[in-house]
Design a protein around this ligand. Structure first.
Ligand SMILES: *[C@@H]1O[C@H](CO)[C@@H](O)[C@H](O)[C@H]1NC(C)=O
Ligand SMILES: *[C@@H]1O[C@H](CO)[C@@H](O)[C@H](O)[C@H]1NC(C)=O
Ligand SMILES: *[C@@H]1O[C@H](CO)[C@@H](O)[C@H](O)[C@H]1NC(C)=O
Ligand SMILES: *[C@@H]1O[C@H](CO)[C@@H](O)[C@H](O)[C@H]1NC(C)=O
Ligand SMILES: *[C@@H]1O[C@H](CO)[C@@H](O)[C@H](O)[C@H]1NC(C)=O
Ligand SMILES: *[C@@H]1O[C@H](CO)[C@@H](O)[C@H](O)[C@H]1NC(C)=O
Ligand SMILES: *[C@@H]1O[C@H](CO)[C@@H](O)[C@H](O)[C@H]1NC(C)=O
Ligand SMILES: *[C@@H]1O[C@H](CO)[C@@H](O)[C@H](O)[C@H]1NC(C)=O
Ligand SMILES: *[C@@H]1O[C@H](CO)[C@@H](O)[C@H](O)[C@H]1NC(C)=O
Ligand SMILES: *[C@@H]1O[C@H](CO)[C@@H](O)[C@H](O)[C@H]1NC(C)=O
Ligand SMILES: *[C@@H]1O[C@H](CO)[C@@H](O)[C@H](O)[C@H]1NC(C)=O
Length: 466
């Protein structure tokens, strides 16, 4: 009888878990509000002397067009139309109230000359370039201190031609950290949609210190062996929605970050309120969704659902280390399908690159309240490699309804970790073995407040009260 009730209870809670989050959170974050899709003014890049032959360098044309359009910023904004053609350019700067619109066969090509990618200051939350001390090359498409910026079109292409950068990286002849393909910094109201991004020199799309960012219907591709070509990296940014994307690159498809060691700790700008849904992709040396390894400003309130990763090395990864400080909490990941993935869930706590020797090894990250629900995996080598830090247990890690078809003998390997589970196959490791139900549901993220406060005496009563 008791087990019958716990089963009914479990099913009720499972049903409840699946509906609340999206109804409340999803739709407001993923809709652009009050942003001008219709710009009263429009120009074409050819009006500024651009030549789409793939050879002529058009940096000046982009800069001049955008300078001209700045005069419409307070008149509803303007659209810069890029027609079919191969538009070679160096780095250029966007402005507020601008729509950059790429026609179907428009291809913006990144210059293969590093001088066309000027060097800018390192991010204060990193203290230095991510790869090398000092400055970093500015992204091909860059924006800073902006509001209401849209980069979209009829699935046109932005190709970073990153192979030269990958070669400079491999031959150790870089002078500064490699550039992103698109970086928006300290901006609010950003939409990037319906485009294809190819061959970024480094991380592809990098919103940093931004709010209200939507990335929708984009395809991001780079060779599977290209170094550090992450897809989308929300960094110290909040209210970010990423949906309906296909990503296949050389590193993490999506990586949520918030600064590096002592620099990230003192800058203290977290990434939070992040939605990821309907993401498909693969890689061979990275993960589908990563948090970290730079997470020193904190990461919280991340919701991911309807995720499909195939032929990849890792499904979901949390990367951190001694010295990072910060926190990762209130993470909810559900409906994940993994096919041909080496490690389904990985907590790597020894991601030990540091910006310099001044990090404080006693700054330990707080990792808590992470829920994985409805994960199904086929042809998986290792179900979970879940390692906390000695003296810093990761806690309230909850696994619910996970079924992985695993090919190795020891599917789970857990240490310095604490949490609960229900309906997990193959059998979960000892530290997570205690059932979520009935005693520990309130320790797991995410149950609504009224259920949490009712305790475990009134099983199911929430169903019948409003
Ligand atoms: C961010 O942008 C706003 C204007 O949009 C500006 O006032 C502020 O100083 C900027 N902060 C940084 C750190 O760039
Ligand atoms: C952005 O704002 C910061 C802080 O006010 C300022 O230092 C910087 O010059 C601004 N950058 C641009 C491109 O407007
Ligand atoms: C996205 O691009 C496709 C392909 O060109 C086009 O048919 C479609 O209308 C675009 N969607 C939006 C919302 O602009
Ligand atoms: C955009 O182009 C990419 C690459 O060619 C393609 O895979 C994708 O399906 C296209 N998306 C749309 C919305 O047409
Ligand atoms: C690095 O600097 C050297 C010396 O100025 C220069 O020859 C080389 O082209 C630079 N490398 C890159 C990738 O910019
Ligand atoms: C995989 O990525 C890691 C970290 O980015 C790098 O150190 C390693 O060399 C890469 N391996 C391959 C085979 O590309
Ligand atoms: C789960 O995600 C897949 C995509 O991977 C989607 O087709 C399916 O409809 C989702 N299921 C639910 C219940 O949302
Ligand atoms: C995934 O890998 C398997 C085995 O290597 C291969 O047969 C399959 O075609 C790959 N799937 C895709 C979609 O690339
Ligand atoms: C962490 O990694 C470093 C360097 O890769 C290694 O020396 C150290 O033993 C590792 N620590 C743990 C606890 O695994
Ligand atoms: C468990 O997850 C699978 C998908 O991974 C889903 O089809 C199934 O309905 C879930 N079971 C329960 C009891 O929610
Ligand atoms: C767990 O991992 C540790 C080191 O990563 C290894 O020494 C140990 O054998 C593993 N345990 C199992 C049961 O696989």
């Amino acid at each position: 009888m008791k087990s019958f009730f716990s089963l009914v209870y479990l099913l009720l809670v499972l049903a409840f878990f699946s509906h609340i989050t999206w109804a409340v959170k999803g739709n407001s974050l993923c809709k652009q509000t009050g942003m001008g899709e219709i710009r009263p003014h429009s120009v074409t890049i050819t009006e500024f002397g651009a030549v789409g032959d793939g050879v002529t360098l058009n940096t000046k044309a982009f800069q001049n067009a955008i300078f001209y359009l700045n005069s419409f910023a307070d008149k509803g904004g303007a659209k810069l139309f890029v027609p079919a053609g191969r538009w070679l350019t160096g780095s250029f700067d966007l402005i507020s109230h601008l729509t950059l619109w790429l026609d179907k066969d428009a291809i913006i090509l990144g210059s293969m000359n590093s001088d066309d990618w000027p060097v800018v200051d390192p991010l204060p939350s990193y203290g230095r370039g991510r790869e090398l001390p000092g400055g970093r090359h500015r992204s091909l498409i860059y924006g800073r201190n902006l509001t209401d910026v849209i980069i979209t079109g009829d699935n046109g292409t932005i190709d970073g031609q990153g192979s030269v950068w990958w070669n400079w990286f491999r031959s150790k002849t870089l002078n500064y950290t490699r550039p992103h393909l698109v970086e928006l910094m300290n901006s609010t109201g950003v939409v990037i949609s319906n485009l294809t991004f190819l061959n970024s020199p480094f991380w592809t799309i990098h919103p940093v210190y931004c709010s209200h960012v939507i990335v929708q219907d984009v395809t991001i591709l780079a060779p599977l062996d290209s170094p550090n070509t992450d897809g989308i990296d929300p960094d110290s940014s909040d209210d970010v929605c990423i949906e309906d994307c296909y990503i296949s690159t050389g590193d993490d498809l999506i990586s949520i970050k918030s600064g590096w060691d002592e620099y990230g700790i003192s800058f203290a700008r977290p990434s939070r309120n992040i939605i990821i849904r309907r993401l498909t992709g693969h890689n061979q040396n990275g993960s589908g969704i990563a948090i970290g390894s730079e997470m020193s400003g904190g990461v919280s309130e991340v919701y991911a659902e309807n995720i499909y990763f195939f032929n990849s090395s890792t499904g979901i990864i949390l990367k951190t280390a001694r010295g990072r400080g910060g926190y990762v909490r209130n993470i909810y990941i559900s409906n994940v399908t993994l096919v041909g993935v080496d490690t389904a869930i990985f907590f790597n706590s020894n991601f030990s690159q540091h910006p310099d020797e001044f990090y404080d090894p006693n700054s330990l990250p707080v990792i808590e309240r992470i829920t994985f629900k409805d994960v199904i995996g086929d042809n998986i080598k290792v179900a979970g490699l879940l390692k906390g830090i000695e003296g810093d247990s990761f806690r309230h890690i909850c696994l619910l309804n996970i079924t992985l078809d695993v090919t190795t003998k020891s599917p789970w390997n857990c240490s310095n970790i604490q949490g609960y589970s229900s309906l997990v196959s193959p059998e979960i490791c000892e530290p997570l073995k205690e059932s979520i139900y009935p005693k520990h549901y309130s320790d797991c993220y995410l149950l609504p407040n009224h259920l949490r406060s009712s305790g475990n005496q009134n099983k199911g009563s929430w169903l019948f009260s409003s």
